[in-house]
Design a protein around this ligand. Structure first.
Ligand SMILES: Cc1ncc(COP(=O)(O)O)c(C=O)c1O
Length: 203
């Protein structure tokens, strides 16, 4: 069994070709197993580029700190919260406090659950093409079907039940192509609305 066969993956893969194996990266570039360097046009995971020296140094420093859960006080975390409110939200008087999560999926899930708790209402809505994470309520707002599948076999994919229907609103105009309404929408497989299909067709 190859290493790849040990991975449970979605259908979102770059394929099995050994030529496309990434062995390194720097800036906007991937280095492939066959020695080629290609631009990484795929990723949101390295907004400052691969192996940015300041990011590597920050990670190295963090790894030298003790591992704490949120119950323990940690001055740098308090400072980071102050900085976020003071810099990213400067002038926004509605901002009260900050909570840190280890992933955006977790943060979105908590924010959506908070909205449900505050309004007393469960229904959620999303937009065509949206990706908001791969877990919890964030995944419910993610429309791409490969995040909603279960185990696949010759009989097809056994999809888990959805906790609640989530209607999909049209994508914002700027994301819909040159002409308004130029995307062909389809009923999604839950029958709850329209769905973006990869390679949005122009009318
Ligand atoms: C818009 C958006 N929301 C949420 C997420 C989920 O982030 P994470 O992988 O940290 O859970 C992503 C990840 O690409 C994203 O692009």
């Amino acid at each position: 069994m190859t290493a790849r066969r040990r991975l449970l993956s979605t259908s979102l893969t770059a394929g099995e070709s050994q030529d496309l194996r990434v062995v390194g990266g720097h800036g906007a570039w991937f280095r492939l197993a066959d020695g080629r360097e290609v631009i990484d046009a795929s990723n949101t995971a390295a907004p400052l580029g691969h192996c940015h020296p300041e990011v590597m140094e920050a990670i190295r420093r963090a790894a030298t700190a003790p591992v704490l859960n949120e119950g323990w006080q940690w001055a740098e975390r308090d400072e980071a919260a102050e900085d976020l409110v003071g810099i990213a939200f400067a002038g926004e008087d509605w901002v009260g406090a900050v909570r840190f999560f280890i992933s955006a999926s977790e943060a979105n899930d908590a924010a959506l659950a908070l909205c449900q708790a505050l309004t007393g209402r469960a229904p959620l809505a999303t937009r065509e093409r949206a990706y908001h994470g791969g877990a919890g309520l964030a995944r419910e707002l993610t429309v791409q079907p490969h995040w909603h599948g279960g185990p696949s076999s010759a009989q097809g994919v056994a999809a888990p039940p959805r906790p609640a229907p989530v209607p999909e609103l049209p994508a914002p105009r700027g994301a819909r192509g040159a002409r308004e309404g130029s995307c062909v929408s389809r009923r999604n497989r839950w029958g709850t609305g329209t769905k973006f299909s990869r390679g949005c067709a122009r009318l």
